[in-house]
Design a protein. Structure first.
Length: 213
């Protein structure tokens, strides 16, 4: 007698196989997606770093502001702590080919910062090393070590300034990408670093433009 369809045991076996394959492949897909986000984030940082360099070249080596004031926006167009960000008003805007996309990591799209829960479309992922505020890019002693920009996670970002000497959780490196985050340096290179490595660079004061060790 011909039989049509599957028995219950056969269906259970097939379901179990699918579940096993899903358990194996799902982490691979998630990892690949996160790798793509990190790559995009690093590309953003390189482009922003190039814009800083172009700005400095046109201003006798001078850097834009890392601090907001009510009179003048900082590098990314911030004018108030936990306030709105008008990227097009920032001094490096014209050097970015007027691309708002490079200010925002894909991981942060549609995610409101913890300190600004109403700003779901907050357009900024990166903060500038506060020690470079209105400084000279050309006087930095170790440009390959001095932090320029860092990707702050949504749990900590509240403006475009990274005041890394403050030991509160609001000014520590994030773990937005795996167990670390992306950063760029004054010489223009960008890389992913683990949270531990970032904390070590911070403790060694590599990010201080006046330290030569």
């Amino acid at each position: 007698m011909n039989r049509s369809g599957f028995t219950l045991i056969e269906l259970l076996v097939v379901t179990a196989i699918i579940a096993v394959l899903a358990a194996i492949l799902f982490p691979v897909f998630v990892s690949a997606k996160e790798h793509a986000r990190v790559a995009r984030c690093l590309s953003n940082l390189r482009n922003l770093s190039s814009a800083f360099r172009l700005y400095a070249d046109d201003h006798d080596g001078g850097m834009p502001s890392a601090h907001y004031t009510w009179a003048s926006p900082d590098w990314c167009g911030t004018v108030a702590w936990q306030g709105d960000v008008a990227i097009e008003n920032g001094p490096i805007w014209n050097y970015t080919k007027k691309s708002k996309g490079i200010y925002l990591c894909p991981s942060d799209i549609g995610v409101a910062p913890a300190y600004m829960p109403s700003q779901k479309n907050y357009p900024l992922s990166y903060s500038m090393n506060w020690k470079l505020h209105l400084s000279s890019m050309d006087r930095v002693i170790k440009p390959s070590r001095v932090l320029l920009l860092i990707h702050e996670g949504r749990q900590t970002i509240d403006d475009g300034c990274f005041y890394w000497l403050d030991d509160t959780t609001r000014n520590l490196p994030s773990k937005i990408h795996y167990d670390g985050t992306a950063a760029s340096y004054v010489d223009g290179h960008a890389k992913w670093l683990s949270y531990k490595a970032l904390r070590q660079e911070r403790a060694d004061r590599w990010w201080d433009p006046d330290v030569s060790k």
